[in-house]
Design a binder for this molecule. Structure first.
Ligand code: GLP
Length: 253
């Protein structure tokens, strides 16, 4: 693949907290302009502050939980929503109103058992809900997005994947003292790129090399996050540490 790619908008903040209002505004904007649009959430420490703030907004009815539908990127294989360590469990821990949405059928969970028919049905459900309007994304230290590890084709849909050792290492704390799962169900890079808008966040110095590869390296499977340069409607939010390896960017916050 070559580098004839779109240049994402990049904004740099003093710290991760300063990006939260921007993330909530992204959500508000799709709600204002769509009819119950589908919002794709991401998990990981990157999104904890946003999910907590969203929980406050939903409980205070400053954002109407009936005004959108939700889904998310990935799940550890065999982790139902109530199982600690899983992604839906994490979403509900930081943002309890999402569990009400799950109960009401307004949060479409990634099928944790990973059967081919279940994954096909999930892709169809997302389509019937109008497709993902805004997809929030984190990035792994190795350039993964969702659980698309380096080497994953840009043409993939939802699939079961084997986690890279670096990814398992980073997930150790959430499963301690237990073992980190070896497999997960993940949205594929084609499914992610089908969202109308992508909003990718990276905070902290540990992400700087991956951010640099995403924005300035070759576009291709060696850096799955570089898929954002195949998409014309992308916002990248960084803190100063994560932006440390990249050329001049728009300073904010
Ligand atoms: C996991 C998730 C990714 C997330 C990444 C970064 O691997 N599958 O979607 O982007 O973690 O996590 P953190 O935000 O904790 O750095």
């Amino acid at each position: 693949m070559n580098d004839s790619a779109a240049v994402p908008e990049v904004r740099v903040f003093a710290d991760a907290r300063a990006a939260v209002p921007v993330l909530l505004d992204e959500l508000r904007r799709v709600i204002e302009h769509g009819t119950r649009p589908l919002v794709g959430f991401a998990t990981g420490g990157t999104f904890t502050a946003m999910l907590q703030a969203l929980g406050d907004e939903l409980r205070g009815r400053r954002i109407d939980p009936g005004a959108f539908r939700a889904t998310h990127l990935d799940e550890y294989l065999g982790f139902p929503p109530e199982r600690r360590g899983g992604m839906v469990h994490e979403l509900g821990t930081h943002c309890p109103p999402l569990l009400d949405m799950l109960r009401d059928g307004a949060l479409l969970p990634v099928p944790h058992e990973g059967s081919p028919s279940g994954l096909r049905a999930h892709e169809e459900r997302l389509q019937r809900a109008g497709g993902v309007h805004v997809q929030f994304l984190g990035i792994g230290r190795n350039g993964h997005v969702a659980f698309n590890e380096p080497g994953t084709s840009f043409a993939t849909g939802f699939h079961v994947t084997t986690l890279a050792e670096a990814t398992r290492e980073d997930a150790r704390a959430r499963f301690a003292p237990g073992e980190v799962p070896r497999q997960a169900v993940t949205s594929g890079l084609a499914t992610i790129a089908a969202a109308q808008r992508l909003v990718l966040c990276a905070f902290g110095a540990a992400k700087a090399a991956a951010v640099r590869a995403m924005l300035h390296g070759d576009v291709g499977p060696a850096c799955p996050a570089s898929v954002v340069r195949r998409h014309g409607n992308v916002l990248v939010l960084l803190d100063r540490e994560a932006a440390g390896g990249i050329a001049a960017t728009t300073a904010s916050g």
